[in-house]
Every structure is written in C-alpha cells, then in structure tokens.
Design a binder for this molecule. Structure first.
Ligand SMILES: Nc1ncnc2c1ncn2[C@@H]1O[C@H](COP(=O)(O)OP(=O)(O)OP(=O)(O)O)[C@@H](O)[C@H]1O
Ligand SMILES: [Mg+2]
Length: 376
C-alpha cells in the first residue's frame, strides 16, 4: 500500500485536498477516536466512530444527528464546521486503513484550542453556554416525536430479570441489588409521569456538558460532538444542563451557577416557561440507563475489549456521576429558586428528595458499586 494511503482515502472521501503528512491521534477523544489531519487546504479533525449497532452508536442515529448539526452551523451557532462526505448529505464514510481494516470516520474543520474539563467553570462560562443553548432551541427544529415516546424507561420486568442475572453472577454486591428495585421503580415512575407533557419536542444537542465544549485560542466557546443530537424538551435540557454546569455530577451543585446559566439562557432568547415538576425526567432517565449499563458491564454482559477497558476510567467517572441522582429532589427545589418553578414543583422536589436520599442512605451503596466499577 502506498504511503499515506489512509490519509489519502479520507481526503478523497471528504474532498479535503491532498494530505500533508501523517494523521496524528488526539489524546482527548474518549468515546471514539479523534485524529488531526493536515491537508494542503487546512487541518481537519477526523473522528473514528466506534459503531455499536445494537446500542447508542448506530450509523443511522449518527446520520440522523447530522441534520440538526448542519442546521445549527448554518444558523451561526459557534461550533466547528462539519464536513459532509463529498457530494452527499451524509457524514459517515468507511475508509480502508493501511492494515486492510475498515474505519468509520467523520470530519470537521480543525479548530485551535483546548477541550473543557469536568469542573465547574463559574458564572461567565455558564451564562455564555446558556445563551448558545438558547440559540439552538430558537431554531425550533421539529423533532417529529412526542415526549411520551421519547422518554426511555426499562420497566419492572427488565430490572427484575437483570436482578436475577446479577444474583447468578459473582459480583460482590449481588445480594444487594434487588433491594434497590423499589427505588428504581419510583425513579421510572417519575420519568413516566412526564409522558403526559404535550410540549412539542425540538431537535437539540443532548450532550452539551463541559467535555463537549472547547475554548479556542481567542477564548471563544465552541460546542463540539453533535453525534447524540436529537429530540429534546427544551425545559428538560435547560434543567439538566444548568445542573450539570453547576457541578451536580461532582457533588453539591453551585446554585449561583444554576441561576446564572438559566439567566444566560433567557438572555439568549430561550423559552421562559416555568420549569415543571416533571422536568428532570430526561436527566433522571439518562442516569438510570447509565446505572443499568454499568451494572450489566460489571457482570460481564457487555464486552470489555482493550479499547473499552482503556475507556473504563471515563465510564467509571460517569457512574460516579450517577450519584447525582440522589441530589435530584434538592435540584428541583433549586431550579425553583432560579425563578422557574411553582410551589407545586417545590413540593414534588421534596418528595423526590426523600426518594433519592432513600437510595443514597439505603441499600444501593453507591460508593461501593462505584469502587467495583473502577476496578473492572
Ligand atoms: N473540530 C475540532 N477541532 C479541534 N479539536 C476538536 C474538534 N472537535 C473535537 N475536538 C477535541 O476533541 C475532543 C473529543 O471530541 P469529541 O467529543 O467529538 O469526541 P468523543 O470521542 O465523543 O469524546 P468524549 O467522549 O470525550 O466526548 C473534544 O473534547 C475537543 O477537545
Ligand atoms: Mg464528546
């Protein structure tokens, strides 16, 4: 195979001009693999997607996410320019590597800067991020699906069957798992209670936490990684992101940041609707799916190849993040303090607070589960 054949194949697929030098890996890509490729025209970010055809990362899903991504870029949302496959409206190309294997890749223009960390950045960034999210929501891209359909719960049978498999495994915590199920049931009941919400869903980014932003050398904030873009209830995305940016996954959230985030969102023209008691449903649903995913991994139901093991630190961090579910009740109260809710929401928040504190203090023993995950 000729020199730079892989680089050349990517350049041909995406019409990038002739490659200049070898493609180089970028360390910060955690879920997939990120590369930098320089051509005679400019530098490009090449992302090799770990396609998981039975899970989240299917080709279809990523192609569906490309539509809102391009629309957001065209509307001036600060983000790297996505490069479609030459002559098409699609974003993924299969390219042969020098060793003959096939890589599924997509391309963006390379932007100079650095990725943000999983920390609380304070008022300035929170306000700016809120504004960008408002701009995306302002595009009002119709998602074509109802809230009732979009929310995911796994259901009692699924969890009971998982408990049976856990009990047949050699997990150290196998006899504790079943006692969590009533609380999981309450959590899913809460998620289900949001299905009656008839707010039209729109297309949003769905993963705009700190790690998917970069700060350019001239201090602009860019939103990257649109692969999970899809239907959102704008209020759910606001509630979830305001909490995430204020550190809910790291410990006690910084409530001032919650307020500033929401204020930024409103300044950016975001919806002014009052946050409803059910608006943390998407946040909670994602955390419980993450918990389930990791429980299955812990009992060996998900393959852990080398690449996956390498990423396990990241995954474990995500599981630790699931501890945030315990703060949900309080969180609703506080989003309330940001002026977006009613006394009803506060009451509901307290009720949920009790439920979630119940898990924290009860049989889930999150810290123990999380330590086990870390050692996988
Ligand atoms: N167009 C770009 N130019 C320069 N750097 C980029 C670009 N896009 C992404 N990056 C950097 O690469 C990192 C990983 O990108 P991305 O989030 O798309 O991949 P990922 O595999 O989903 O990573 P993670 O799991 O950390 O979210 C980003 O945090 C950012 O720092
Ligand atoms: Mg990412």
């Amino acid at each position: 195979m000729s020199h730079f054949a892989f680089e050349q194949a990517i350049c041909t697929a995406f019409d990038l001009g002739a490659p200049v030098g070898e493609i180089t890996p970028v360390v910060s890509g955690l879920t997939h693999r990120m590369w930098r490729l320089e051509t005679e025209r400019r530098a490009f970010a090449v992302k090799e997607i770990s396609i998981d055809s039975s899970g989240a990362w299917t080709i279809d899903r990523i192609e569906r996410a490309f539509t809102p991504e391009r629309a957001a870029f065209d509307a001036g949302v600060p983000m790297p320019r996505p490069v479609p496959v030459a002559g098409t409206n699609t974003c993924l190309a299969e390219v042969r590597r020098d060793n003959g294997s096939i890589a599924t890749v997509r391309v963006h223009e390379w932007m100079e800067g650095e990725g943000l960390q999983r920390i609380v950045y304070g008022a300035d960034f929170a306000g700016r991020v809120g504004q960008v999210i408002a701009r995306i929501h302002g595009l009002a891209m119709d998602a074509g699906v109802t809230q009732a359909k979009a929310l995911v719960t796994l259901g009692e049978d699924h969890w009971r069957s998982l408990a049976e498999r856990v009990e047949r495994s050699d997990a150290e915590w196998k006899w504790e798992f079943r006692a969590i199920l009533p609380t999981v049931g309450e959590i899913e009941g809460y998620v289900d209670s949001a299905r009656g919400d008839d707010t039209p869903l729109i297309l949003g980014h769905r993963d705009a936490d700190q790690k998917n932003w970069m700060k350019t050398t001239d201090k602009e904030l860019l939103l990257v990684d649109w692969d999970a873009a899809g239907p959102v209830n704008p209020r759910h995305e606001v509630a979830s992101l305001a909490l995430t940016w204020s550190g809910v996954h790291l410990g006690e959230p910084d409530w001032k940041v919650v307020r500033v985030w929401i204020a930024g969102y409103r300044e950016g023209g975001g919806v002014e609707d009052v946050i409803r008691p059910t608006d943390l449903a998407e946040f909670v649903a994602v955390l419980s799916q993450w918990f389930e995913y990791n429980a299955r991994r812990a009992i060996g139901e998900r393959p852990a190849d080398d690449a996956e093991r390498k990423r396990s630190g990241h995954r474990a961090a995500g599981v630790q993040g699931s501890a945030a579910v315990f703060a949900v009740g309080r969180a609703v109260d506080t989003v309330a303090c940001a002026g977006m809710t009613t006394t009803d929401a506060v009451r509901c928040g307290r009720w949920r607070g009790r439920a979630f504190r119940g898990i924290a203090g009860g049989s889930l023993r999150p810290s123990k589960m999380f330590r086990l995950r870390l050692s996988l």
